[in-house]
Design a binder for this molecule. Structure first.
Ligand code: T5A
Length: 210
């Protein structure tokens, strides 16, 4: 039996990593085998690409390279980790996937979303999540959470996090537009509320695909 594929999406600081981990743990507690992965990343080569796209550098990737690097990372994790796990009947929980490319490089950076969808189809060989949980937060909440974390961990914003206010507004609106276009795949959860409430929303969303 084919496994189930769940992705978490949304702006930075929405709680994707927190809630993806919590969901994976809850599914394991039910006795399911779960692959917990992330994008960019999830295999050794894809993790190297993650470093390339996120770090501040003298020669940052131009937007077209950025797209191709994210897609190269995705092709690796799909072929070498996600598809094999699904074929074994496992559950896969992925922190970001294709919708991040449509939102960040499409709505955010202005690349044609239809073109990105075609390129993404090539990279993933048409793999789509069974469920996408969009953790929606307004830019001010996102900024406050990231600032708190940077303060607590003595780190600074990465190359993409430091993009301007307008970029972050466009990408949030982009995510919401993607959700409107595919209501049967997306569940949108307001992630600015208490963590327990968001967790309950996530478990309820997962019930849709059991
Ligand atoms: N990218 C990625 C693209 O541009 N195109 C692509 O195709 C892809 C795949 C990835 C970067 O790459 C870009 C997007 C990103 O800029 P990343 O580190 O994976 O980099 O960035 P994020 O996915 O945004 O990770 P973050 O860690 O910044 O955000 P999360 O995972 O949404 O948030 P999380 O869980 O780490 O939580 C942030 C803080 O908020 C608290 C947590 O404790 C933590 O301190 N928190 C809550 N606080 C209150 N209430 C809640 N409900 C909370 N949930 C979490």
């Amino acid at each position: 039996m084919q496994g189930k594929f769940i992705t978490f999406e949304g702006p930075e600081g929405g709680g994707k990593s927190t809630h993806a981990k919590e969901l994976a743990d809850a599914l394991r507690a039910e006795g399911k085998t779960v692959l917990e992965t992330r994008e960019p990343g999830g295999t050794r080569l894809a993790e190297l690409i993650r470093g390339l796209v996120r770090e501040e550098r003298e020669d940052p990737p131009v937007t077209r390279s950025e797209v191709l690097l994210f897609l190269a990372s995705r092709a690796q994790v799909v072929a070498n980790a996600i598809r094999p796990a699904l074929a074994r009947g496992e559950w896969v929980v992925c922190d970001r996937f294709s919708d991040s490319t449509f939102a960040y490089q499409g709505y955010g950076r202005g690349i044609d979303v239809a073109l990105l969808k075609d390129l993404n189809e090539f990279a993933t060989e048409g793999l789509k999540p069974d469920l996408t949980i969009l953790l929606d937060v307004p830019p001010d909440v996102s900024r406050a959470r990231l600032a708190e974390r940077q303060c607590a961990t003595a780190t600074s914003a990465d190359r993409i996090e430091s993009a301007g206010e307008l970029f972050h507004r466009r990408l949030r609106d982009g995510f919401l537009e993607l959700a409107r276009q595919e209501p049967s795949r997306f569940v949108v959860i307001d992630s600015s509320g208490p963590r327990e409430e968001v967790s309950r929303g996530v478990m309820k969303a997962v019930d849709r695909i059991r």
